[in-house]
Design a protein around this ligand. Structure first.
Ligand SMILES: [Zn+2]
Length: 190
């Protein structure tokens, strides 16, 4: 597992997405990378209409679903890092609250309804599918039994000492969240 410093301190301004935009989404002209007037940080700026393309972390919500002191993990069935373990969750859509997005994502990924019990923590992920993200992890309890779906090949409950090895996880922010989860009292006693 990388050290905390190596995964959390890229040089300011160095982070870009893997496939930078080349054309203005408003007028189609070429984008150039330079500081917009009045700013120091280089950004993608349209060479024609001068629109500034602000690139920010994606917002991701994640569920720490607990039962009897164990946490639910889901094995990714497809896409980036298929076969690795993951916590249920995903991207917040433009018309959703964080909570609405999480309830939907859990339903889509592991087929159950959840009750949310507040935020466990907020963690940064630098190796997501669409560039850096800010991940809000909520504690949750399942209102029905989770099950595999098209997106998830296997689900399982893991106690604090039973978690898969770090290299079996898809995303580092899940490891950070689970490190914090291990320090907490079970939901039933919290
Ligand atoms: Zn433009």
């Amino acid at each position: 597992m990388p050290t905390r410093s190596s995964r959390s301190s890229p040089r300011r301004g160095d982070v870009t997405t893997d496939r930078p935009f080349r054309h203005c989404p408003y007028c189609g002209s070429a984008l150039k990378r330079h500081p917009p007037s009045g700013e120091h940080r280089p950004r993608l700026v349209c060479s024609s209409c001068e629109a500034v393309i602000y690139q920010n972390p994606k917002l991701v919500v994640t569920a720490i679903i607990e039962k009897d002191g164990k946490v639910l993990l889901a094995r990714r069935a497809a896409g980036l890092r298929a076969g690795k373990w993951d916590l249920p969750g995903g991207f917040v859509e433009l018309d959703e609250t964080a909570e609405e997005a999480l309830v939907r994502e859990v339903r889509e990924e592991v087929g159950c309804e959840v009750r949310l019990h507040g935020v466990l923590g907020v963690f940064r992920e630098m190796t997501g599918a669409y560039g850096p993200s800010i991940n809000i992890h909520f504690r949750a309890s399942a209102l029905s039994e989770p099950r595999p779906t098209d997106e998830v090949s296997e689900v399982g409950w893991f106690g604090p000492e039973e978690l898969p090895r770090p290299d079996e996880f898809a995303f580092e922010n899940d490891l950070e969240a689970l490190e914090r989860w291990r320090t907490l009292l079970p939901l039933s006693e919290a």
